[in-house]
Ligand binder design. Sequence first.
Ligand code: PGA
Length: 248
Amino acid sequence: MRTPIVAGNWKLNGTRASVRSLAQSILDGLSSVHADTQVVVCPSFVHLGDVAAVLDGTRVALGAQDAADQEQGAFTGEVAAAMLAEYGCRYAIVGHSERRHVYGESDAFSAAKFAAVRAAGLTPIYCVGETLEDRENGATHAVVERQLRAVEQHDGVAGLDEAVIAYEPVWAIGTGRTATPEQAQDVHRFIRETLRNGASVNILYGGSVKPDNAAALFAMPDIDGGLIGGASLQADDFLAICAATRSE
Ligand code: PGA
């Protein structure tokens, strides 16, 4: 079932004290956010325990920013999805553009992570999106479809039924350059039509979402919420974005 979701991706930021305080400030301001909106925060791995302690028993869910493609074994530096579940994570971001483009992670590798996250009982927030070059070449739909099909090839078509998809045009992430609501809606509709059970899948928009552009994006018919980077590091901004979700 489609529900409004806003997830904060805290990336490589914070100290143990600052992430606890950010989580607490979000809880303190939650009364402005519609009860049906699922709020998620994704701190770094090492901050999960601190943030979990603050969020315990509240309506804000915990997510991780990534997960290993493997369950266990000799994989130095990796963190398995089951380890994240033990910390109370309900979500894990998979295939973020910084993993794909800064760290060179392929479609197939992202798909293997997706399968590992689902196998551990977590919901993947699976990121797809085109580069500026792809967009200028008219390849936006083809790139997004390729990223979705990679998951189907690895995990079967049913896998995506239970995921959250985040459409994040690479050229809009951290650049202050947001897709227009119409540009985002076009790709969201395409994703919904491409998925087997698209009518019931939550599709978030990400890329320079701020308090002053969130409502126009979230008002589009196929946009169910957002994946928020920079603006999720300020509680007031993040709460204003959460409050901008549709409340049907
Ligand atoms: P941004 O990041 O909101 O800072 O553009 C979004 C993301 O990377 O998920």
